[in-house]
Design a protein around this ligand. Structure first.
Ligand code: IMP
Length: 198
């Protein structure tokens, strides 16, 4: 069974393929083999955006599609940047500028609690849809550190860690990440799909 991974972000794609690995009966298809249109992220929540992406890409491709929407939610900022994480500092989706803006807003703020949240969505061409969530709790660092990962990884320190996500090896991030947790909750559904049981 061919399943399309509905993201054009190479960082996310890499993490998704690494995390899910081989699932018996499933052949992963990416935007390189099956190009699809960009889905405007117009939803008010991560759930809505994940749902929109999975359904629209599945309708366009005719393939079962696994998509996700993720964001960073900072307690002292009332949950921002949240669903606006990619465009926090503007339409350019500039990771460095987003991190600088976040660190500026958090200057002198003592409550540095934050969490990453991923909502994964699996849509079938017949319109059926499943959503699964994963969360990683942590704090916002006082400066950007590390070269790994992407997005807000250099400014996010997972709970129980001293390093930022960007200072960890890719496998270390994958072991604990919000994306990992959402995708592990999706795995049984993907296996059921492969067995023709959905
Ligand atoms: P979207 O899910 O494509 O809307 O991406 C939202 C934004 O959240 C990305 O542009 C990144 O800035 C950020 N983001 C999503 N996942 C991660 C992650 O695993 N680490 C760091 N930043 C992330």
């Amino acid at each position: 069974m061919r399943v399309l991974i509905g993201t054009r972000n190479p960082h996310k794609l890499g993490e998704i393929v690494r995390i899910l690995g081989e699932i018996p009966g499933i052949q992963w298809v990416t935007f390189r083999e099956c190009p699809f249109s960009e889905v405007p992220e117009e939803g008010a929540t991560l759930e809505e955006n994940a749902r929109l992406k999975a359904i629209m890409i599945s309708q366009e491709s005719g393939l079962p599609t696994l998509a996700e929407d993720s964001g960073l939610e900072v307690v002292a900022l009332g949950g921002a940047p949240g669903v606006r994480s990619a465009r926090f500092s503007g339409e350019a989706k500039d990771y460095g500028a987003n991190n600088r803006k976040l660190l500026e807003l958090m200057e002198g703020v003592r409550d540095r609690r934050a969490r990453f949240r991923t909502v994964a969505a699996l849509a079938l061409p017949d319109g059926r849809l499943w959503l699964r969530e994963g969360v990683l709790k942590g704090t916002i660092a006082t400066e950007a550190r590390g070269k790994g990962g992407f997005g807000y990884d250099p400014v996010f320190v997972p709970e129980g860690e001293a390093r930022t996500l960007a200072e960890m090896a890719p496998e270390e991030k994958d072991r604990i990440s919000h994306r990992r947790r959402a995708l592990e909750r999706m795995r049984p559904l993907l296996s059921a799909l492969a067995r023709g049981e959905l």
